[in-house]
Write a protein that binds this ligand. Structure first.
Ligand SMILES: Nc1ncnc2c1ncn2[C@@H]1O[C@H](COP(=O)(O)OP(=O)(O)OP(=O)(O)O)[C@@H](O)[C@H]1O
Ligand SMILES: [Mg+2]
Length: 719
């Protein structure tokens, strides 16, 4: 292991996020030959949480090395907070932005990023659409990702098989449920999440505590994972307190404590290693419990306190090494013993083999090796896998996603239905308040205010569907990272599925107000009126999407959205006449890029041009609509109202494009910034002599008998 810190290719690699419809060609070529085999090697993986001078730098992972092979299932075990999720995130390229990773991750001998579908990852929390049933969720997922060549029946067969495999038959037709809709249980949700990923037999499957809320069914779930592995897939799963039967299903074991390797190797041999190290597993104890008991230093203080009291002294035999040593000490001994053991030497040589041989092996020989090893009849059709998580065509993805999104919208009361009802009620209010407004002198102001209200406040109410949209976005992020589809497909499908609802909102509102207020002079005016409302509501929707992609949660989103839309309304030309707006900022450019001014101008032109109003003093000449607009509302009449509508729709399109670009940039540019951040952090850290030095094997520092609370700094010697 080298002594210098090197920036991992995961950040520095030039390849951006491909996957979905837009996988980069080079990546495809390098992977295509491997036909679904994934040999994963990680070397000297260190994850630090830099503090930039405020307290010690925390090491979350200490130079971990290991490998995972096809056909085998690996368990990552360790006490809570030992870095299991961090290790999985690091391998999957999904570390949070505040930490820095160094080391190498090689997939089939090549450095590459493992996100956007290269790896399927079942995270600790389940992100699902609550309005769909279990069967629907899995079916849509299957249609999104299974090859387009499969017939409907074949897809259905795979779906039913997966439902059975995960033991979900009983709840298959129940709704999943969300924050306001009680649905299936937590364990069932977890199993649905796993089902979604094992559906396509991904060649590289990560799971973070898949069995944590499953109790008795954990065995079946792990058995299903094992069967995935038997198909020649590589499965890595962190696991919490497995029973001895579950533990026996695992081929390999990665035992972590405080971010350090306690043991890595075959799961069966671990018992031998512990015995050799002087901590044999009592014959009737569950081995995994024994391992965790040895290395879980969380409760050293408690044990020490208890020891002081009579209770324990009476019951414990002093011959048990576990009771005379603090677990931190045991852990330190194990860590060191492992480093010097034959197991670690064997692992290192195997790693070297995997990282060098595979990169030069002809892909054909690799795949023949693969097919001779794992030719399971059940999943023959799924053997060849592209580098993204989906094999479905673009068009199929779009159709499926649009349908799913449409179903979700139709079942979620809060998405559009509630809004349609509120719009109808408010429209009736507006209709009655301005009922038959007429062309008297006072009607001028009334028409102005009514137009201002409809294009301003009524469109503003569209932020109500934001929470539902956020839920959909969360599902999008998960599916995008697992490579189900690309950004473009998501945005298009969202547009298509929401279109009918927006039209419904616009036309109900438009019809009620138009005919009650009696704006009217003809069908084209009515159509224009409705289209104008439609455009304005679409802008608000799109604006909220942009906000959703920039802020972390929906409360902040609604606050930000209200602020932004408030500004747009202020500059529309009703609260302050357009020519009176201060020229810098407010007139140029805000009033041009905000939808308010365009839709208000269009609405006034549509309404007033061609009308004649009664004068203030009876007997004076009647007031023409054009003059009213020019002199009272001071709106320019140099273009037709259709140009205003056109500008409105141009804004809709440009907002949607902005949304697309933001999502894309987040994928492409964030790795670049992360690599800069990593470089900068490492530059600072490397200047500290204490960091450059690897924690040496004989270092006394590691015989740390302090409790976890003081050890939580992960024994980092960095000041
Ligand atoms: N982005 C982060 N910022 C700050 N601390 C972090 C971050 N990620 C992880 N940690 C810390 O790193 C340690 C390991 O976290 P991790 O989530 O990997 O533990 P775990 O082994 O998965 O635990 P559990 O079994 O409870 O899920 C914890 O002490 C956690 O507080
Ligand atoms: Mg975790």
């Amino acid at each position: 292991m080298g002594t210098s810190m090197e920036i991992e290719g995961a950040f520095a690699s030039a390849s951006g996020g491909g996957g979905g419809d837009d996988v980069e060609k080079g990546e495809v070529e390098s992977i295509a030959g491997n036909e679904g085999v994934a040999y994963l090697v990680w070397e000297d993986l260190t994850v630090v949480l830099p503090n930039f001078g405020h307290g010690p730098t925390k090491r979350l992972l200490h130079g971990l090395s290991g490998y995972a092979e096809p056909g085998r299932i690996m368990a990552i075990m360790g006490p809570s907070g030992s870095g299991k999720s961090t290790l999985l995130d690091a391998l999957a390229g999904r570390l949070s932005t505040n930490v820095v990773m160094t080391g190498h991750i090689l997939l089939n001998g090549n450095k590459r990023r493992l996100n956007y579908g290269v790896v399927a990852y079942v995270t600790q929390d389940d992100v699902l659409l609550g309005t769909l049933t279990v069967r629907e969720t899995i079916t849509y997922s299957a249609h999104l990702r299974l090859p387009t060549t499969l017939t409907k029946e074949e897809v259905q067969e795979i779906v039913e098989g997966t439902i059975m495999e995960m033991g979900l038959e009983d709840c298959a037709d129940r709704l999943i449920g969300n924050w306001h809709l009680r649905g299936i249980s937590g364990g069932e949700r977890k199993r649905v999440s796993i089902a979604l990923e094992i559906l396509v037999r991904p060649r590289l499957l990560f799971l973070d505590e898949p069995t944590s809320s499953l109790s008795a069914s954990a065995f079946f779930v792990v058995q299903a994972l094992k069967s995935v592995a038997r198909d020649g897939r590589t499965v890595i799963s962190s696991i919490h307190q497995p029973s001895s039967e579950v533990f026996a299903l695992f081929d390999d074991l990665f035992l972590l404590s405080g971010g350090e390797t306690v043991y890595f190797g075959e799961a069966k041999v671990a018992i031998k290693f512990f015995a050799e190290a002087g901590f044999p597993c009592p014959s009737r104890r569950n081995p995994s419990d024994h391992f965790l008991r040895c290395i879980n230093s969380d409760f050293d203080i408690v044990t020490a306190t208890l020891k002081g009291s009579q209770r324990i002294r009476e019951t414990q035999k002093t011959s048990d090494p576990l009771s005379i040593m603090a677990t931190a000490q045991i852990k330190a001994i194990l860590v060191e013993k492992y480093k010097r053991s034959e197991y670690s030497a064997k692992a290192r040589s195997r790693m070297r083999e995997l990282s060098t041989i595979i990169s030069i092996t002809e892909s054909s020989s690799l795949s023949s090796l693969h097919s001779s090893l794992f030719n399971s009849p059940q999943h023959q059709g799924l053997q060849v896998e592209a580098s993204s998580g989906s094999q479905a065509g673009w068009w199929k993805q779009l159709c499926t996603l649009t349908r799913r999104s449409f179903v979700n919208m139709s079942r979620d009361m809060g998405y559009y239905w509630l809004r349609i009802i509120i719009y109808i009620i408010v429209s009736i209010c507006v209709g009655t308040i301005y009922y038959d407004v007429g062309t008297g002198y006072t009607a001028i102001l009334a028409r102005g205010a009514c137009g201002g209200f409809i294009t301003g406040f009524m469109t503003f109410m569209s932020i109500g569907g934001f929470p539902s949209f956020i839920e959909e976005m969360r599902v999008f992020y998960r599916e995008r990272l697992n490579g189900y589809y690309g950004v473009a497909v998501f945005i298009l499908s969202n547009f298509l599925s929401s279109f009918p609802y927006l039209v419904a909102v616009a036309f109900t509102t438009g019809t009620i107000t138009y005919y009650m207020v009696k704006f009217g002079h003809g069908v084209s005016h009515y159509v224009y009126f409705c289209l104008n409302i439609f455009g304005a509501i679409s802008v608000v929707e799109n604006c909220m999407m942009i906000i959703a992609s920039l802020v972390p949660n929906f409360l902040m989103g609604i606050i930000t959205g209200a602020g932004v839309l408030g500004i747009m309304m202020m500059t529309a030309g009703f609260f302050r006449l357009l020519p009176d707006l201060p020229k810098p900022v407010w007139r140029y450019p805000i009033s041009y890029i905000s939808y308010g001014s365009w839709s208000l101008q269009g609405a006034y032109k549509n309404d007033m041009i061609g009308l004649v109003f009664d004068p203030l003093v009876p007997g004076d000449p009647k007031l023409k609509g054009e003059d009213v607009m020019k002199n009272m509302f001071r709106m320019p009449l140099d273009h037709y109202k259709w140009w205003d509508l056109f500008a409105l729709f141009a804004i809709v399109v440009s907002y949607r494009l902005t949304f697309f670009i933001i999502l894309k940039l987040k994928e492409r540019v964030s790795p670049f910034f992360r690599s800069l951040y990593a470089k900068r952090t490492l530059y600072h850290l490397n200047r500290r002599p204490s960091f450059k030095k690897k924690p040496s094997l004989s270092s006394r520092r590691h015989y740390n008998v302090r409790s976890l609370s003081s050890q939580e700094g992960l024994t980092s010697p960095i000041p």
